[in-house]
Design a protein. Structure first.
Lengths: 388, 426
């Protein structure tokens, strides 16, 4: 097999080219993943940013006795399709509250209908030519404009897109996370302490470890089936309540907290424990006074990451009924509640175009909360991490 | 009394007993010690001993009562359990205080009690697994009493809505004898659901495995440490995005894109096509595959690389014929975990895939999956006892068994890799 030097060097060049190709190819894969992330975030921003502004129009509201019975009569006929119906419906209530309003006429900036909002943002709408004329006239007179959308942050869900907001879902999420944390944090940390500090190496311990790893990989929807069968059907927790949802998510977050807490406990060197035993501390005293405080940053980091995951989870909550229409914020753990991702899911299924941008805006809010939670976790880890 | 009132009263009562026990126990021990008596343990340990002897029995009784009340409704009123638990707690407090004596080994009892508390906390995760298993199996058995198991596994018609109509005698006018046979209505053949799940999972893996493994190869073999430090968190962000967000993205951006691309090459695509959720799910799974593969490739011993390079192979040849074969069990394990995640993924398919059971090989048509059917059968207006609702648990059982098997195989493979190369951090 005589090969000339030329042959060999040509072959070698080819092999090196092949080698370089592999490098570029694998780099391209990484870039593709990063590009996707950028594309996705850009898409959400483009779709969602407009929702942070909302159309308002300046019209004269006539607080007459007729308007108290027929809210539509409060504005001139021309503006009836321009002003938000939901806003008009509030008028009789406001008149009942503040009797001095009766009989007065006031020029106010009021919430516009979602179609007007979409028209001002340059989208296709169901508006008729006559209504468009009215809007154009209002814009020219400076009586219709986009303002910051406070409603989105102060209102609960609504069947009218211009009145729909995140507030009740946000409160629901907070209640659910409180239950989740109150359940999963102590139980998770105790399990981790048991496994790392107390457990003898026997069958029960090994089974426990395998079981926890399996639990971490079980599809989340199955936790929903468990929550439905156990918390709601068996223990009778109210359906759709923050209690049932929080406990379900707590069981789901448990493996994450256990696994990260164990890692944090394991990072504490044995010399600390031996020093404590050396001066006569019991195992529990050692753990309580030395090992646990030293591993707390790691435990907190893991818990925040677990919480962030629980905050974004939807599937098990749908199973236990947390996608109900909840216009008012829940005030207790047993009341029907909805959560941020479930609110996003509900809006995503709405036919009106105005809900599309609200969905994307809800996603922006949710992602911002998640990113700040994770950033806090990273910061905590960086700041308090102890290298031994 | 309402349930939540009982709960609040109970917690307040236990808290009160605990605080009382702590201070009474400590002051008794402290007084004895101040009197010059040699005590076995510290005053605080006597205090906690008293707390445990008061709160322990109360909590145990309350938990037993909750379980009994859950199993058999209204055998005794809730307030009776409350009074019983708190009464026993008060008695425990009294007895505990009596036992606070110099020779009592409070420290040792405390140690034992702590261990039991920790064991019972650890048992909750085991209870969860069995809870999931029993909840699903129990309801699935009820489903299979109504419907044929064999048809469920092999049948090709999935029409839970029809079973409701048949039950109400509203489908096809007459209710003939075949509809009420014990074998069931033959409306619950899950094969189209399995096919849809399989199709979407396959698409997802076609996206996730090449990109994930290549990215892992780049990060482990080529990337300078600075790039690695940036790239890893970026990929983790992909894993942290909630699935409902991916679902919205798949439905509102990717699906129309797929449709217009398909139209431009002259093909018909449904807006609920299987391709869009598949692709997006694949992107979601990339970090799961890349991060585990990265760890595995990193733990292939360097001596193997050096040996291969010393023989004159190029970098790529070393990777392809030495590193990757060595890391293969780990990569397969990562892939299996990815498959199990794709099978159980719910929100993306609920939002972007179809609702129509469809047995087809064309990814541009709409298909539905196991998880979509679970969600739609539990969010409908059907009664809980109906076959249509209970079918969710039968599908859940299938999902549970398959994902458990995949996870187990995955763990076994990674263990083999670990043992072969004596790696301890995987």
């Amino acid at each position: 097999m005589a090969q000339s030097l030329d042959d060999i060097s040509r072959q070698l060049k080819k092999r090196h080219r092949k080698s370089a190709r592999m490098k570029w190819f694998s780099m391209a894969a990484l870039i593709a993943a990063a590009l996707f992330l950028l594309l996705f975030l850009a898409d959400m921003l483009v779709k969602g940013i407009p929702a942070f502004q909302q159309a308002y129009v300046e019209v004269e509201i006539d607080y007459s006795e007729r308007a108290a019975e027929l809210p539509l009569a409060a504005v001139e006929a021309d503006y009836r399709d321009v002003v938000s119906r939901g806003y008009l419906r509030l008028i009789p209530g406001r008149m009942a509250e503040d009797e001095s309003l009766l009989g007065t006429k006031q020029t106010e900036w009021v919430l516009a209908d979602d179609a007007v909002d979409q028209y001002l943002k340059g989208r296709k709408t169901r508006l008729k030519d006559k209504q468009i004329e009215v809007i154009e006239r209002l814009v020219e007179e400076g009586r219709a404009e986009l303002q910051f959308n406070t409603v989105f942050f102060t209102n609960g869900d609504s069947k009218m897109p211009e009145l729909a907001g995140l507030a009740s879902a946000a409160i629901g999420s907070v209640l659910v996370l409180i239950v989740t944390l109150a359940f999963a944090f102590p139980v998770g940390v105790m399990t981790a302490v048991y496994l790392e500090e107390f457990a003898p190496d026997n069958r029960f311990t090994r089974f426990l470890e395998v079981n926890i790893n399996n639990l971490a990989a079980i599809p989340s929807i199955l936790f929903g089936l468990l929550g439905l069968a156990v918390f709601i059907n068996f223990f009778g927790a109210p359906r759709s309540s923050a209690l049932a949802g929080g406990l379900t998510l707590g069981l789901m977050t448990l493996p994450i907290i256990i696994i990260t807490s164990r890692a944090a406990l394991r990072a504490v060197p044995d010399s600390i424990r031996q020093a404590a035993f050396g001066v006569g501390a019991t195992r529990w005293q050692t753990v309580r006074d030395h090992v646990l405080p030293l591993s707390m940053p790691g435990v907190f980091t893991g818990s925040i990451i677990g919480l962030a995951q629980a905050l974004g989870e939807t599937a098990p909550l749908i199973i236990i009924g947390m996608i109900a229409y909840i216009p008012d914020a829940p005030s207790s753990f047993t009341e029907a509640a909805t959560v941020l991702p479930a609110q996003i899911f509900t809006w995503a299924g709405m036919p009106e175009t105005a809900y599309v941008e609200r969905t994307a805006a809800g996603i922006i809010v949710l992602l911002s909360v998640l990113i700040s939670l994770n950033a806090t976790a990273v910061y905590l880890r960086k700041k308090f991490e102890h290298r031994w | 009394m309402q349930t939540d009132q009982i709960l609040i009263t109970f917690f307040a009562g236990v808290l009160l007993l605990g605080v009382l026990g702590f201070f009474l126990g400590r002051s008794k021990a402290a007084r004895a010690r101040a009197g010059g008596v040699h005590m076995h343990s510290q005053p605080d340990q006597y205090a906690w001993f008293t707390v445990l002897s008061a709160a322990g029995p109360a909590v145990v009784v309350a938990m037993l009562a909750a379980i009994v009340l859950g199993l058999f409704e209204d055998v005794f009123p809730g307030w009776l359990a409350l009074v019983g638990a708190l009464g026993l707690g008060a008695f425990g407090l009294f007895v505990g205080l009596k036992r606070v004596r110099p020779e009592l080994r409070a420290r040792d009892s405390l140690e034992g009690a702590v261990k039991w508390v920790l064991v019972s906390a650890a048992s909750i995760s085991i209870l969860t697994t069995f809870g999931i298993l029993f909840a699903i199996v129990f309801e699935a058995i009820r489903f299979f009493q109504m419907e044929s198991f064999w048809y469920f596994i092999t049948g090709t018609t999935w029409a839970p809505g029809d079973s409701f109509l048949q039950g109400a005698g509203r489908l096809g006018g007459e209710l003939d004898a075949s509809d009420v046979e014990p074998e069931g209505s033959n409306n619950f053949g899950a094969v189209p659901l399995f096919a849809g799940t399989f199709m979407i999972t396959a698409i997802a893996m076609l996206v996730a495995v090449p990109i994930g493994v290549s990215a892992a190869i780049y990060m482990a073999e080529y990337a300078p440490s600075k790039v690695r430090d940036v790239a890893k968190p970026v990929l983790e962000v992909l894993a942290g995005i909630p699935t409902v967000v991916y679902g919205f993205f798949a439905a509102i951006t990717v699906a129309p894109l797929v449709v217009s691309v398909a139209e431009s090459v002259g093909m018909d695509a449904s807006f609920n096509n299987a391709l869009a959720p598949g692709i997006v799910m694949g992107i979601m799974i990339i970090p799961f595959i890349s991060s585990l593969s990265d760890d595995v490739i990193n733990s292939v011993p360097n001596s193997m690389r050096e040996g291969s390079l010393a023989l004159g192979t190029t970098r790529a040849e070393t990777i392809r014929s030495v590193v990757l074969p060595a890391a293969l069990p780990g990569i397969i394990s990562a892939t299996l975990l990815g498959v199990s995640r794709a099978l159980g993924e719910t929100m993306i398919v609920v939002m972007a895939a179809g609702m129509r059971p469809n047995l087809t090989g064309n990814p541009l048509e709409d298909m539905t999956t196991v998880t979509v059917s679970i969600v739609s059968s539990l969010t409908g207006d059907n009664e809980f006892e109906s076959a249509a609702t209970l079918s969710a648990f039968a599908l859940g059982l299938v999902l549970f068994v398959i994902t458990l098997a995949l996870n187990t195989v995955s763990v076994l493979m990674i263990r083999r890799f670990r043992e072969k190369y004596a790696v301890s951090n995987l």
